[in-house]
Design a protein around this ligand. Structure first.
Ligand code: NZQ
Ligand code: ZN
Length: 394
């Protein structure tokens, strides 16, 4: 087991009706002027924004609304939020929504606390982030895990780049999680969320050469829980118990718990972010479209033991009468079959994009930061190898 630091400071308020506690929570964490960030309207239509605002009012908290966050949220929109939050005098940034609203809220918190700096300079760590405003979330979609993660992702549309920043200042003070709020989700968004939750665990799982039984058991149990309950919530998004399992898995998959003693990789996310930056495709779908090719490219040699363990412990595939390679491949095939069964693409054409050779080269350069960064902790992949994975995924 490798040395590690486990720091997950977000207070979780989980269960039915918990959005009505939002005002009291904001007050508890010192907020009095709330900048309220949300998406394209689902939270208004469901009446959630109204309930959250009532709970703020009950605590004597004033607020300003900032709706309209786009999925794959944009830098320019966050910059507009910073200007408005400064003019309003916000001392607390509250997101109501999913990863896109929460990440925009995190960006606004950083920008508002550092008005002399350009937000993209903070994002790309050209200037160090040493202070921010408090952020919190009322979660409406189990997916990105931003409600407990130390990361946030924005797209800089001017340069066509989607990039994340990891910092303790990205940790929400609290996260309200009521699985009932996810009952209005369209099936495609549920499937994208299920995929993203699995991927956050798998991006930490396939790192070879490290003995880490406890973390493996947590990761495998989490994956089995998502595989069991994902189809149930797709069938019936109002199945409270199944949605509760998925929502809790979403947070635990990305709050660092599944990397303790093992670390993380996140190379599939690099490939997916390049696709989302270029084609504005949904995050979870971008990951499903390339994962199988990524896995087939890497499963042999030193990673073989991880892939066979995954096949056996996550999918219950018996290794009896099979070579290790056959067991590992059976696990990859099962995973792709699961993605297909929930309506996710397992190729770029199913994702609806057809990058030609030149496009694939540009995607590979984007994913590897101009071929300066080697991806994966299985073996180092540069732009050439990443281009081969994109080609396999066609
Ligand atoms: O905008 P509205 O109208 O709210 O609609 C949203 C949006 O269209 C809809 N939605 C959300 N909750 C709903 C709902 N519709 C009906 N009922 C509800 N209860 O779902 C759509 C997707 O929302 P979004 O916030 O984009 O989804 P998600 O949570 O998947 O977030 C994706 C973003 O998070 C980033 C992704 O890259 C992407 O930009 N990620 C953030 C991470 C982090 N901060 O830790 C980690 C992830 O790996 C990921 O990269
Ligand atoms: Zn993700």
């Amino acid at each position: 087991m490798q040395n590690f630091v486990q720091y997950t400071p977000t207070e979780v308020i989980f269960g039915r009706g918990t959005e009505n506690q939002t005002g009291a929570e904001v007050k508890k964490w010192g907020g009095s002027r709330v900048f309220l960030v949300y998406g394209g309207g689902s939270a208004v239509r469901s009446g959630l924004i109204g309930r959250v605002e009532r709970s703020l009012k009950d605590e004597g908290i004033v607020w300003e609304e900032f709706g309209g966050v786009h999925p794959n949220p944009r830098l320019a929109f966050a910059e507009e939020g910073v200007r408005k939050a400064l003019a309003f005098g916000a001392d607390f940034i509250l997101a109501v929504g999913g990863g896109s609203a929460i990440d925009t809220a995190k960006a606004i918190a950083h920008g508002t606390a550092n008005p002399e700096e350009k937000l993209w300079d903070i994002w790309t760590q050209k200037v160090p982030l040493t202070k921010s405003l408090p952020v919190a979330a009322v979660l409406t979609i189990p997916a990105a895990g931003s409600e407990m993660s130390d990361s946030a992702v924005l797209t800089n549309e001017a340069i066509g780049k989607k990039a994340g920043i990891n910092t303790p200042f990205n940790r929400c003070r609290f996260a309200v999680m009521n699985p009932e709020l996810a009952a209005t989700l369209p099936a495609y968004q549920i499937a994208c969320g299920v995929t993203d939750i699995m991927m956050h665990t798998m991006e930490r799982y396939f790192i070879p050469g490290i003995q880490c039984e406890m973390t493996d058991c947590i990761a495998e149990g989490l994956l089995r829980t998502v595989i069991k309950n994902g189809p149930k919530v797709l069938e019936n998004p109002s199945d409270y118990d199944a949605m509760a399992e998925i929502m809790w898995c979403g947070s635990l998959s990305h709050n660092n718990l599944t990397e303790c003693g093992r670390g993380k990789d996140f190379s599939v996310h690099k490939l997916g972010h390049a696709l989302s930056a270029k084609y504005d495709v949904a995050h979870g779908a971008s990951l499903a479209a390339v994962w199988g090719s990524w896995a087939r490219y890497l499963y042999q040699d030193q990673a073989l033991g991880r892939f066979t363990q995954f096949a056996e412990n996550v999918w219950g595939i018996s290794g009896d009468g099979k070579t290790e390679e056959e067991t590992a491949l059976a696990g990859i095939e099962k995973t792709e079959a699961f993605f297909r069964s929930i309506g996710m693409p397992v190729s770029l054409s199913q994702l609806g994009v057809q990058p030609n050779e030149e496009d694939r080269k540009a995607l590979s350069l984007d994913a590897t930061m101009g071929d300066t960064v080697k991806l994966t902790r299985i073996r180092p992949l540069g732009a050439k190898e990443v281009g081969e994975i994109y080609q396999m995924a066609m």
